[in-house]
Unconditional design. Structure first.
Length: 347
């Protein structure tokens, strides 16, 4: 039976720890070990973690005497501690869906070329009111790593929340840990790096994890600006493509895909600020500058022309008349169709 080592970084999430760890220990079809790393919490996370370790020999708890930050904590568990067949990184406020580790392990047991398995995450706020989910798996979609990378460059987004990922430990050790210079969107860079050396698989149907959304969530609290999010994704793709320029078949093409996607997204955000008469709070000039920075030919995009038409009329007229409502709906429909086409392929 394969073993999955699960790293649970924790900072002031003592009240979430027991349920999180239980969601790992109750997994069937695999052997599991759990490492709780308390990063010098100010609550009783260390005491709760120590009690969980005392109650089950499969659990170990460590406490940092000085806060080291999430990147160092992740890498400590993934690179220094994990030694099983497969590895997962699970935040202390998230949960695994029953059977998720076994499903991922079976896929990689059957196909040695696969280095990473993920699936759908279900978003929730309260574990006492978890959303109902389907329990039936509807197959597996597998990509060559290069094809998965092209998909990410084409859409410019991270399609993985994080807790639903299981990685072959040998692959994780091969690609190394999270980069300290990408503290906010480094998980996307990690998935790209893994795909550069191994295949990627997606579990269709049944979700693989529960991802908690709450006020203290790092993703929600720090990255509520569209421009900041665009900049961070740009930095991730640029760092990855530069580091792997000699490993990828056509890095110039991939860079063009990323630039086109991010430029369109930035320009469309600027367009919508006119439709909503919200130009005072949206950094339109910075969004345009960003678009031209990632794609010098961005002025040829239809989104650029759409923005110029709105600017000639002004935000007040655009909002009151909704003269561009039809084109906006068409844009959303195109995006929806494109996203659905990727979802049908498992992404």
């Amino acid at each position: 039976m394969s073993r999955v080592d699960v790293v649970v970084p924790c900072y002031n999430y003592a009240h979430f720890l027991p349920r999180c760890v239980d969601s790992v220990l109750s997994q069937d079809g695999v052997e599991v070990r759990v490492l709780i790393i308390d990063d010098c919490s100010s609550d009783d996370s260390a005491e709760v973690g120590t009690a969980l370790a005392a109650a089950d020999s499969r659990v170990e708890c460590r406490r940092h005497e000085v806060n080291q930050g999430h990147i160092a904590t992740y890498n400590e568990g993934l690179l220094e501690w994990a030694g099983g067949d497969y590895t997962a990184l699970l935040s202390a406020d998230d949960l695994l869906v029953p059977g998720s580790l076994g499903r991922a392990a079976r896929i990689m047991d059957d196909d040695p070329s696969v280095g990473m398995v993920y699936g759908r995450s279900v978003y929730f706020q309260d574990e006492e009111d978890l959303p109902r989910i389907t329990t039936r798996q509807r197959g597996v979609t597998t990509w060559r790593g290069a094809d998965w990378i092209e998909g990410r460059c084409r859409d410019g987004h991270n399609v993985i929340s994080s807790p639903e990922v299981v990685v072959r430990t040998e692959v994780q050790h091969r690609v190394g840990g999270y980069r300290p210079d990408l503290p906010h969107a480094g998980d996307l860079e990690m998935w790209l790096r893994i795909a550069a050396v191994a295949g990627v698989a997606y579990v269709r149907g049944v979700p693989q994890a529960y991802y908690r959304v709450h006020a203290a969530s790092m993703q929600r609290s720090q990255f509520n600006s569209g421009l900041i999010d665009l900049q961070q994704r740009r930095d991730v793709f640029e760092a990855f493509l530069e580091a792997h320029a000699t490993d990828l078949v056509d890095p110039v093409h991939l860079k063009s895909l990323v630039g086109t996607c991010l430029a369109r997204e930035a320009l469309w955000a600027a367009c919508r600020s006119y439709d909503r008469d919200d130009v005072e709070s949206v950094p339109v000039d910075e969004l345009v500058e960003f678009a031209l920075g990632v794609l010098p030919a961005a002025h040829r995009l239809r989104e650029y022309s759409a923005l110029r038409r709105r600017q000639r009329l002004g935000a007040t007229v655009c909002h009151r008349t909704q003269v561009f409502a039809v084109s906006a709906a068409a844009h959303r429909a195109r995006n929806w169709w494109w996203w659905q086409s990727w979802k049908r392929r498992g992404v």
